[in-house]
Design a protein around this ligand. Structure first.
Ligand SMILES: NC(=O)C1=CN([C@@H]2O[C@H](COP(=O)(O)OP(=O)(O)OC[C@H]3O[C@@H](n4cnc5c(N)ncnc54)[C@H](OP(=O)(O)O)[C@@H]3O)[C@@H](O)[C@H]2O)C=CC1
Ligand SMILES: Nc1nc2c(c(=O)[nH]1)N=C([C@H](O)[C@@H](O)CO)CN2
Length: 236
């Protein structure tokens, strides 16, 4: 399989899923530009592997536009754009509106503005892809992460709209995972409860997202689709 010389852009790749997928894409022979907000060991590890790290804070229109401007000084072409950056915030007393606004900006405004302003960078790639990392929770809602779920549902809508707008030049798809990786502070009771929610009952890790990315990048006949990667939560 020949890989395009144009780099893949992936957001929020300093840790966890984004870090793993970036490492796998580099192993596949892709060039990668990744964004980070915090300087983490994973950021330097990716630089050491030859990836280009660009600072980005997607919490406001101004900082999103500043990133787009900086990106265009680093490349004049892209093979794909993968929107992975995310915050998973619960409703907290007095902090609801601020958290809601942050997540709408990260999960909706950033993909929206980047897709609008950076589609031109994809024009010389064939195939060209935009991939939104969403969440299976949009299927039924979430009583504990109302704003998060709503913002991810908005991202699912962007998948449909941009797929229609950019076809046939650019494929636009989503991936909707359920539990992938626990967080360090998840206790045993939470872990058991989360595992019991799916038919397959496992913590799959990040590679199931890389495998989904690989499928979407390689398949010429899929657009406007959001892949469910949830261990069978919907049949439990
Ligand atoms: N982990 C899981 O089990 C699941 C994950 N998902 C989705 O999969 C994707 C990857 O998940 P995971 O790896 O756990 O994600 P993380 O929670 O680790 O977040 C990924 C990155 O997003 C970046 N980020 C957060 N806020 C901002 C911001 N305002 N501006 C720029 N970057 C920001 C962070 O960057 P930095 O560290 O540099 O600050 C962080 O490293 C996400 O979209 C998530 O919603 C969906 C379902 C389950
Ligand atoms: N940005 C993030 N989004 C999500 C995370 C995370 O750690 N960061 N984690 C989850 C949970 O694993 C959830 O799927 C468990 O039911 C959801 N989104």
């Amino acid at each position: 399989m020949t890989t395009s010389s144009a780099p893949i852009l992936i957001t929020g790749a300093g840790q966890r899923v984004g870090l793993h997928c970036t490492q796998r894409l580099l192993e596949d022979g892709h060039r990668v530009i990744f964004t980070y907000r915090s300087e983490r060991p994973g950021v330097q590890a990716l630089r050491d592997l030859g990836a280009i790290g660009v600072f980005a804070d997607f919490s406001s229109e101004a900082t999103i536009l500043a990133f787009i401007t900086e990106l265009k000084t680093r490349t004049d072409s892209l093979r794909a754009i993968i929107h992975n950056a995310s915050e998973w915030l619960e409703e907290t007393p007095g902090g609801e509106a601020e958290a809601f606004t942050r997540m709408v900006n990260i999960h909706m405004l950033a993909p929206y503005l980047i897709n609008l302003h950076c589609a031109e960078l994809l024009q010389h790639s064939n195939p060209a892809d935009i991939i939104h990392i969403s969440d299976d929770v949009t299927r039924k809602g979430s009583s504990k992460h109302i704003g998060y779920c709503a913002s991810k549902a908005g991202l699912d809508s962007l998948t449909l709209s941009f797929a229609a707008r950019y076809a046939p030049a650019i494929k636009v798809n989503g991936i909707a995972p359920a539990l992938l990786l626990f967080n360090p502070d998840d206790d045993a009771a939470y872990r058991a409860k989360a595992l019991a929610k799916s038919a397959l009952g496992i913590e799959p890790g990040s590679d199931v997202i890389y495998q989904s990315l690989r499928y979407l990048l390689d398949n010429p006949y899929v657009t406007g689709t959001t892949l469910t990667v949830n261990g069978g939560r919907h049949v439990k």
